[in-house]
Design a protein around this ligand. Structure first.
Ligand SMILES: Cc1cc2nc3c(=O)[nH]c(=O)nc-3n(C[C@H](O)[C@H](O)[C@H](O)COP(=O)(O)OP(=O)(O)OC[C@H]3O[C@@H](n4cnc5c(N)ncnc54)[C@H](O)[C@@H]3O)c2cc1C
Length: 445
């Protein structure tokens, strides 16, 4: 068996944690959709589960763009992992970051904040550490164009957008005012589209009459993409409808445009400079660096190639699930979406449960696509499920209902419904505070 030790374990005094006698130890890294689903699938299995995450909370990422545009507060779309899993007696949560993995000795080294390094033994290891923004080899863009992956990112973006209007109101320089009121989004996938539409409604409805020198409705919102069309994962007819809707909302959509530079003045795209104080990166993603610690084969985005049972060839007791894994089904890649992550996590949990009970693995993993949705501002969403394609007002209601139901806790559902109801009727957004203090984007993991 291959031994891969990406970082040598220091000779610290932290003892190795010993498993309870007779119990198999399952280590799950990542409390996102895949990690939580894997843990829950092991609820009735006689194992000792340790769920490790460097954050204390699980984030419902599909609504992150609403935190970034002041519709919702961070706590409304997130939940403490400890609280989510409080009733699962065979599970404990550890706030820690992975430092190294030794497949031969079955030991993971983690860094616990304030305590230092610890070594944890495992019988089964599940890596579900997700993705992070990728700047396609231009990491220098990250300083000027935050991605949207964490609550920190969403708050950074929210502060950037809201501050731009404050600066536009206070300056007497017309050029600078125009720059402050220009928002460029790089990448027209679902996140870019949802974010652009939400900014468009913020400027035309929520901020109306709030300023004396500027008219926020005159802001420029530019959505750029290097591909031939927006929303490439949706059918062309739906993407066209979404593009028309964006245009109606006042968003300038430009496809086939490569962004060459991002700096403190804006972007240079297809040779033209667009002066913009706010540039947001919604273009690419790459897998968490934890995957590299496995030393297994990865694709260009750093995702681990997994087998039919989501395990890696080097170690059949090590699984990769969710966005951190890549696999094809019927000639197409399984998409990096929440439902795929949940199904994979649940599947891995069942495989481990079977192995602990001495049963065979059962059938290989098969992804069941229940449909994809994207929302384009108020009253308009698109849906693609098998041969079904729909768009418009009713689809938007379906989108809203499904997202409320999918939130992690009852209190999130209640609070999001209330906020949406208020926002729908009044056009107001209740999370418009620009908080003080240093901000660091967690995108750069
Ligand atoms: C802005 C945005 C909008 C989206 N919208 C949709 C949508 O509308 N519909 C949809 O289906 N999908 C959507 N997605 C995709 C979906 O959220 C992902 O596919 C899903 O979150 C993947 O789940 P995961 O468990 O693999 O990873 P994640 O949910 O990203 O969880 C990974 C976890 O691993 C932890 N972690 C990472 N590195 C370490 C480390 N070194 N040590 C310890 N812990 C670590 C992280 O803190 C995190 O909790 C969206 C994603 C984003 C970013």
């Amino acid at each position: 068996m291959t031994t891969i030790l990406t970082k040598s374990f220091p000779q610290d005094k932290q003892p190795l944690t010993k498993p309870a006698p007779g119990k198999k130890r399952v280590l799950i890294v990542g409390g996102g959709f895949a990690g939580i689903a894997a843990a829950r699938a092991l609820k009735r299995t006689d194992v000792e589960i340790r769920l490790i995450d460097r954050r204390n909370h699980h984030i419902f990422q599909p609504l992150l763009y609403q935190v970034a545009t002041a519709v919702l507060a961070p706590s409304e779309i997130a939940a403490p992992i400890r609280q989510l899993e409080a009733k699962q007696k065979n599970l404990s949560v550890l706030l820690a970051e992975i430092r190294g993995i030794n497949l031969a000795t079955r030991i993971v080294e983690v860094a616990c904040p304030g305590i230092g390094s610890r070594k944890l033994e495992y019988d089964f290891l599940v890596i579900a550490t997700g993705m992070r923004p990728s700047y396609f080899g231009h990491d220098e863009f990250a300083r000027f164009a935050p991605g949207l992956k964490s609550l920190n990112d969403a708050e950074t973006i929210r502060a950037k957008i809201l501050s731009a209007f404050e600066l536009a109101e206070s300056t007497d320089d017309e050029k600078e005012r125009a720059r402050q009121m220009t928002f460029v989004l790089v990448g027209a996938g679902p996140t870019g589209v949802e974010l652009a539409a939400s900014i468009a409604q913020l400027v035309s409805v929520t901020l109306r009459n709030n300023f004396r020198k500027i008219d926020p409705a005159k802001s420029r919102i530019v959505l750029l993409d290097g591909g031939t069309r927006i929303l490439p994962t949706f059918a062309e007819s739906l993407a066209r409808k979404a593009a028309n809707r964006l245009t109606k909302l006042g968003v300038e959509v430009s496809t086939g445009v490569k962004v060459e530079k991002v700096d403190d003045q804006g972007v240079i795209a297809a040779g033209n400079r667009i002066p913009a104080a706010t540039v947001l990166w919604t273009a690419g993603v790459s897998a968490s660096p934890v995957v590299k610690m496995l030393g297994t084969q990865t694709d260009r985005a750093g995702r681990a190639f997994v087998g039919a049972f989501m395990d890696i060839p080097e170690a059949p007791n090590v699984f990769v699930a969710g966005d951190a894994a890549t696999m094809t089904q019927d000639g197409h890649p399984v998409p990096g979406v929440a439902q795929a992550a949940i199904q994979q996590g649940r599947f891995v949990g069942h495989v481990i449960a079977n192995r602990v009970r001495g049963r065979n693995d059962g059938r290989p993993f098969r992804y069941r696509n229940k449909g994809n949705m994207a929302v384009v501002g108020k009253n308009f969403a698109i849906l693609e499920a098998g041969y079904l394609r729909s768009s418009g007002f009713v689809t938007w209601w379906v989108w809203a209902a499904l997202h409320v139901l999918a939130l992690p806790q009852l209190q999130n559902r209640f609070r999001v419904q209330t906020q949406w109801f208020w926002s729908y009727l009044s056009g107001q957004r209740s999370s418009r505070l620009i908080s003080e203090g240093p901000r660091s984007s967690s995108s750069q993991q």
